[in-house]
Design a protein around this ligand. Sequence first.
Ligand SMILES: Cc1ncc(COP(=O)(O)O)c(C=O)c1O
Length: 400
Amino acid sequence: MATGARRWLEPYPVYGSFIDETIGIVARQTRDTVSFAVGSPAQEALRLVGAEELAQAVIARDGARALGYGITEGDPELRDLIAADARARGVNATADQVIVTAGALQAIDLACRLFIRPGDVAVVESPGFTNALSALRNHGARVLEVPADDDGLDVAAAARLLSESAVRAKLFFVVPNFQNPTGATLSATRREMLVALAHDQRAVIVEDDPYRLLRYRGSDLPSLASLAGDVMVIQTGSFSKTFLPGIRVGWAIADPELVRAMAAAKQTMDSSTSSLGQRLVVEFIRRGRFAAHVDALRVLYAEKQARARAALARDFAGTGVGWNDPEGGFYLWVTLPRSASARQLLGAALEEGVAFVPGDAFAIERDHSAALRFSYSSPTPERIDEGVRRLRRAFDRVVT
Ligand SMILES: Cc1ncc(COP(=O)(O)O)c(C=O)c1O
């Protein structure tokens, strides 16, 4: 293909996700690699679903309904189920406030399509969920990274930064429970403060909540949507972490007029979410298996989290490496001694046969280079031990 003559036409820059790239990086490794990189459910969890039998039953019974194009807003039965679940946790939703999407990721992109045009200010946690930061940037947002700590987004700092930069926020993007990448949960006080700030700014909140059900300790906090009053909240969720990520089924809950607008935007993207994927979810829930499955996942991942923390305590004692203790989800946030570079560590780690996502992948300008996201969801407990041993070997080579 002749490329030289085409140089005068440059595409606009587009942003992706280093998290997703690590999947390919790990796949290309020629040596055995323990991956703490992907936030993917464990193989054991996927097997528990029994997808083969479920798919056979759905295709045999639903035929074209499972294999043809679907309604853009989603399978009516699934919309009902998602709305009923939202009502059960204090969000006043009916089926016409639900749109089923290709994962939570598409729901986030749809929210951007509705509310972001070039130059609009979007406030995000730093470190924050890379794919959302990139989606916002791809829609032209000016992204304001606000520090997050063990209690989630520092809302007072957000207010201060907005006022110092003399800009109005259009959209707040937060992952309130067991955030990606740190695992932190937004405290009750900060939830109320965030709703008040969004009210002052006349901004929309995108509350992205795929990990809510994977709580191992402590108790649930009220969602931003349940606290919203007259603040507009788009709540996004997913069956990726609690069922099967490969079927790409997530959702958004929002006011009916926003759902209609999101459906219009979705018609230019994929017309409808996978009909088969949606019918698999419905069948699983209809058989009454979902609650018990999530209970089993909680046990599975709580054990893995404890195993990962114990392995880190064993192999990194006295090194200056630190890690946190989230109450749920898939991630630990590991901090290295101040001068260390997680990117550099990743190079050595891959040679030793272990992978993770370096902290700088979760930011645009703020410095998280001496930290990394450690996902314990996917490897077995024995592989977690082995992966941490390899990580220590890599650390000894790179960090002096
Ligand atoms: C915070 C957060 N939001 C959304 C997603 C994407 O989920 P889905 O597979 O439903 O698109 C992830 C997946 O890692 C996530 O961590």
